[in-house]
Design a protein around this ligand. Sequence first.
Ligand code: SF4
Length: 287
Amino acid sequence: MKISVINPHGFCAGVTGALRKALRLADSPGRSLYCLHELVHNEIVVADMKKRGFAFVESLDDVPEGATVLFSAHGVCPEVRARAAARRLNVVDATCPFVDRVHRAARGFAARGMPVVVIGKASHAEVKGILGEAPDAAVICSVEEARAVGMPGGPVGVVSQTTMNADEVREIVAALRERFEVETTADVCNATKERQDAVKAFDGDAILVLGSASSSNTRRLCEVARCRAFRAGTMDELRALDLSGVSHLGVTSGASTPESFLDAAVRRLEADYGSGAPSAGRDCDCR
Ligand code: SF4
C-alpha cells in the first residue's frame, strides 16, 4: 500500500496558541490548574495536560475561589467570564482569535437588534459560547433547516461555527438568502478550509483522518473526502481498522491532533501494510 501524508494537516494556529498558554501555566509551579472543558477536542492532548497537573471541569462551580482556570480554544459566553470575575478566578483565555471574531460578529448583529442565525451544531462548545452573545439566535446546520427556520422581518445576521463543512456553509447561506435579506460573516476558518480542500484534492482510493471522534473538524475531514474515509484517534483505534484492499492511502489529521501521533500512526501503517499483512478490524463509522 502506498501511503501519502496530505498537507496541510494537524495543529492550526489556534490550537498551537492555546497549547502554548497551557504549557506556560504548567511550567509555573505552585498553582492549582483547571481547564474549563477540554482545551481542544483531542484525547491525547487532554491526557497529556492531566499529566502536567490540569484538572478538567465542566462548570466554574468546580474551580476553587482564587484558582487559575484556562478557557478552551472554543471560547466561552460572556456570562462565564462574568462569573469567573465574580469568583476572583485567575483566568487565562485560550479562545482562538478566529472564534473570538465570530463572537464579535454575533454580538454586533444582536446589538443592532437583528435576528441572528448560527450555522453549527447546537451541542458544540463553540456554538454554546456564541449563543451567549446572541441568546435568541436560531441554530441550524442544514439547507433543510435554512428553508424552514422562522425569522422576524428585516435583515438577518448570519455567523457560523468555524469548523463546519465549508461547502455546506455556503449552501446554507445561499438557502437563507433565498428567504431573507442576509448580512453575514459566515465562513469556516482558514485552517479548516485548507485542510478540507487538501482532502478533497487527494486522488487515492482511501483517506485516514487522525483525530478524536469528539473533534468537529476531524469529522468534517471524513465527510468531505471523495473516497473511502477512515478515522482513528488512538493507536488502539488505528489497529482496529481494516485497510485491506487499499492501494493508495492518504493520511491527514485534525487541527487538534498532535504531529507525534501522525508520525507514530504512519510508522504503524508501514509496519502493518508495507509487508502485505493487514490486520483485521472494522470500517470507519465517522460519516
Ligand atoms: S480550527 Fe480554526 S477556529 Fe478552531 S482553533 Fe483552529 S484556527 Fe481556531
